[in-house]
Ligand binder design. Structure first.
Ligand SMILES: NC(=O)C1=CN([C@@H]2O[C@H](COP(=O)(O)OP(=O)(O)OC[C@H]3O[C@@H](n4cnc5c(N)ncnc54)[C@H](O)[C@@H]3O)[C@@H](O)[C@H]2O)C=CC1
Ligand SMILES: O=C(O)CCC(=O)C(=O)O
Length: 391
């Protein structure tokens, strides 16, 4: 039995992916894998029993990847699972930024009497808005969310300009050819009436939008941050609002200072919080974990290489090791000592980490334990695991 520990609200459709004859959920203190959403794993210890962590969602800045690597823990996310949910919220927030929906509804709620309809007609002049059509929106990051926001805002009649120097081939293909790309961030900032950010939080993206970048915006521009706290420098954005350099800041990430400011609209990190996105993410994360636990194959990992090898033999040995020369030679020399015949083998690497899978015929528990002890003696080997077919 393998135990899966969950954190946060994981949709039951996800945990239902784990059959009860092979898995338990939240039953031991030595789980084989974790299924999480925004849980801060920098502050939550995970032991060496944890073979993998799956994040139902996209951002993985809540997971210590360096610690995961040295522990031999594979970290997965669920690319695109909540991109439509974020896109729809961005469309809503753009409209809320331009039309006085909240204030007009609050005003109307206070009306009394048989002539409320007349009163609304008289009062509506106080609630004129502007239109999105014809305005320019700059989209920073053209991945799963950004590319969808680009299509949706183009459909609303906005001029769209994108910026993503690291765009993947897959996302570039998905993006319509008529979405122009800025040559650099400055060009995007200078041309846009609205700027929306859809990039991961990394060391390199910390404070990407600070005083210098805010100064480059058009006067009265509107900024949206549905990516992460820390990508926009908070003091700089408050200064830009106070001086009326920018008109509004809409965000899913906040502090008391940001929430209390009269020119902000703050949502409580609900970009990916729809029934559909939560189900998508939980199912995708559970399937990815199951695949790894049952076959060793790796898809959608953020710290390990993608590795897929058909599991046609009876027994599979997986090794996580440092990416240094001659590891495969050293490993297979030890296997030869035990007279183990290799049916199939794969070795892939990603930065400092390498992963090797070796398929053989059945090996007895006793022999495998001896073999494992010898393999783990190699100082660069981090983890050795056995997977028996259909177990
Ligand atoms: N508010 C919420 O609930 C949610 C927030 N997010 C956040 O949004 C981020 C983006 O999500 P996805 O689009 O699904 O991820 P993605 O990985 O599909 O796309 C991110 C894109 O950003 C680009 N990028 C990275 N650094 C950049 C930079 N400095 N300038 C321009 N482009 C840059 C990458 O090349 C990539 O194309 C996530 O990492 C997460 O932090 C995602 C989903 C829900
Ligand atoms: O609702 C969640 O789990 C967070 C979604 C999110 O921020 C992400 O996927 O990066």
């Amino acid at each position: 039995m393998l135990d899966i520990k969950t954190y946060n609200m994981i949709a039951p459709e996800g945990t239902a992916e784990f059959p009860a004859d092979k898995y338990t959920i939240n039953e031991t203190d030595k789980p084989a894998a974790l299924l999480i959403r925004s849980q801060d794993m920098h502050k939550t210890r995970f032991g060496t029993s944890v073979l993998a962590i799956a994040r139902a969602g996209v951002g993985v800045n809540n997971i210590p990847l360096v610690e995961a690597n040295s522990n031999g823990t594979v970290v997965f996310n669920t690319p695109g699972s909540n991109a439509n949910a974020v896109k729809e919220l961005i469309v809503a927030m753009l409209i809320l930024a331009t039309r006085p929906v909240f204030s007009s509804v609050q005003w109307a709620k206070k009306l009394n009497g048989a002539d409320v309809s007349l009163q609304t007609e008289k009062g509506k002049n106080h609630f004129a808005g502007t239109e999105l059509q014809g305005k320019t929106i700059g989209i920073i990051g053209l991945g799963s969310v950004g590319s969808r926001v680009a299509r949706a805002t183009a459909d609303l009649g906005m001029h769209v300009i994108g910026y993503d120097p690291y765009i993947s081939v897959e996302h570039a293909w998905r993006l319509s050819n008529d979405i122009p790309r800025a040559k650099d961030l400055s060009e995007l900032l200078q041309k846009s009436d609205y700027v929306t950010i859809h990039i991961p939080y990394t060391e390199g993206n910390k404070d990407l939008i600070s005083s210098k970048e805010l100064a480059e915006l058009k006067d009265g521009a509107i900024l949206l941050n549905y990516s992460r706290w820390g990508i926009v420098n908070e003091n700089a954005v408050i200064d830009a609002l106070d001086s009326h350099k920018i008109a509004q800041y809409l965000t899913d990430f906040s502090s008391e200072k940001v929430i209390k400011h009269e020119s902000t609209i703050v949502t409580p990190h609900i970009g990916g919080t729809t029934l559909e996105a939560e189900i998508n993410g939980a199912i995708m994360a559970a399937q990815t974990l199951k695949k790894y636990l049952e076959t060793g194959n790796i898809v959608n990992s953020v710290n390990f290489p993608a590795v897929e090898m058909p599991f046609d033999s009876n027994f599979r040995i997986t090794l996580i090791h440092q990416n240094v020369p001659n590891m495969v030679g050293r490993i297979t020399t030890i296997l030869a000592k035990y007279d183990i015949n290799i049916d199939n083998m794969i070795n892939r690497s990603r930065e400092q980490i390498a992963y090797t899978m070796i398929d053989t015929d059945n090996i007895s528990e006793k022999t495998f334990n001896k073999l494992k002890n010898e393999l783990i003696e190699i100082s660069e080997v981090i983890r050795v695991r056995e997977i028996r077919k259909n177990k």
